[in-house]
Ligand binder design. Structure first.
Ligand code: ADP
Ligand code: 5GP
Length: 212
């Protein structure tokens, strides 16, 4: 029986380990489709267009918004980020569990448009570890790191929008927590109620046949 996939939003402070966790999740399980976002931010060393992001200029991004090509978008630390519509809708209808790794404003928009989406917030064990991971990554200037830490303080205020908080201390344990949340979401009543109806119909026909 065909099921629609679960839409999962993963958010968390910059440097919490979202990207690392998603990579691990994709390596370990094959039920996931990871949406590739569009952004106006410049690629970091090693980032590839069409793999990590679709890197575009502001004009192209705004044209895509006007064409309704994004299911959500937001401005984060001076750049646009958005989720292309077609990939998400196609994968969900094929029964894939689709992951959006997006920040908090985008997560709120997804909640409005897709009330069944599962919102997960990834946190490091403490602030010192966050600062260490963000600087240790070595991809941002000190100024950008400060902006992102400031943004983390603002994002902490929106935490009540999320269904789950997972602590990324030990990577694989955290990845398994996320996988368990998605599996549980796939067993929710409304995802499977049609199966029960069809079993009930099947049994009715069987019993009717026996009587005749
Ligand atoms: P985000 O995508 O949330 O901004 P990254 O996935 O880029 O974060 O991770 C930031 C840094 O923290 C990277 O250098 C990564 O290797 C490291 N990291 C991620 N998860 C862990 C973990 N569980 N323990 C230690 N370091 C981690
Ligand atoms: P980074 O520049 O570190 O790759 O991403 C910065 C922030 O933008 C992260 O919090 C990331 O989750 C978020 N982000 C990435 N893609 C999207 C998107 O498509 N939409 C929204 N709203 N946020 C995104």
């Amino acid at each position: 029986m065909n099921r629609t996939g679960v839409l999962i939003v993963i958010s968390g402070f910059s440097g919490a380990g979202k990207g690392t966790l998603m990579k691990r999740l994709m390596e370990c399980y094959d039920n996931y489709a990871l949406s590739i976002s569009m952004t106006t931010r410049a690629p970091r060393p090693g980032e590839e267009n069409g793999v990590h992001y679709f890197f575009v200029d502001k004009e192209t991004f705004e044209k895509t918004i006007a064409e309704d090509g994004l299911i959500e978008y937001a401005s984060y630390c001076g750049n646009y980020y958005g989720t292309p519509r077609a990939y998400v809708e196609n994968c969900l209808s094929e029964g894939k569990d689709v992951i959006l790794e997006i920040e908090i404003q985008g997560a709120c928009k997804i909640r409005e448009k897709y009330p069944d989406a599962v919102l997960v917030f990834v946190t490091p064990p403490d602030g010192a570890e966050l600062e260490k991971r963000l600087s240790g990554r070595g991809t941002e200037t000190d100024e950008v790191i400060r902006t992102r830490l400031q943004r983390a303080i603002e994002e902490a205020e929106g935490i009540e929008n999320y269904d789950y908080i997972v602590v990324n201390d030990e990577l694989d344990r955290c990845m398994e927590d996320i996988h368990a949340i998605v599996r549980a979401a796939g067993c929710r009543m409304k995802e499977s109620v049609s199966r029960i109806e069809s079993i009930s119909d099947e049994l009715s026909s069987y019993l009717k046949g026996e009587k005749e």
